[in-house]
Design a protein around this ligand. Sequence first.
Ligand code: AMP
Length: 283
Amino acid sequence: MILFRNAAVASDFLNGKKMSGKSIGFVPTMGALHAGHLSLIAKAKEENNLVVCSIFVNPAQFNDPGDLERYPRPIERDIELLTLAGCDVLLLPSVEDIYPREGLLHLHRYALGHLEHFLEGRSRPGHFQGVANVVDRLLSIVNPDNMYLGQKDFQQVKVLEWLVANTGRSTHIVICPILREENGLAMSSRNIRLGASNLEKASIIFQSLQFAAGNYQRYAPSELQAICIKHIESFPNASVDYLEFCDTDSFQSINDWRDAEHIVAVTAVMVSGVRLLDNMLIK
Ligand code: AMP
């Protein structure tokens, strides 16, 4: 695996590869890699000549400085995992490289529409502008044919689909399924902050989503929402930030199961100060 710390050098190298006809698959991450990330690398390997992973803990998408500070950064282990996974290129840029000349203070504003202030966007002001800024910059450096994203961050996928469609890029987005712990909890870099007992009990989030998927026709959406929230909060360390049923295309809340052809249940739950996201297609 070739490691680039300098964006311009990486860009030159990857341009050369593209000129010689190689297809590039790109997996953007914030590191602290787990099997979920590695499943994206594996998928990218299947479908491209060259796989590029980036690790960049993006300050622009953290609205809580404590969360940014606490974000795990086990870089030696990540390099080992990526090497074992057969990743070809690791891009490890500095903050100055991605946001030159005080760029962090002058972020671009994207017209993300309702996605920006809805659900995850409402709870984390500026978060999706930060995500759009960093991915736009990373796409300019890597210029991939395909970009691999986890369904785990469903709203983020919607934002990045918007970004690609509205910035004239030809990159194709591939959405990869959620990898879960044995007990059903969605894998996340934040899970290591949970501790064994919370990690075990947080499976209640997955169980509630499964219940919703299996029983939605028996209830009105608002009833089912209340049942799921109550179930999750029966675990005293858990507090539901939101649990909504949304149209997978428009990502608007639905009031009736007939409102959309495909519906996803999306949730964010705080468990002892750790923010956990999950979702499940229910219709
Ligand atoms: P992150 O490092 O958390 O920014 O995630 C990098 C990419 O990995 C994003 O596209 C995530 O959606 C994806 N990802 C994170 N967790 C999982 C998971 N449990 N299963 C599949 N993909 C995931």
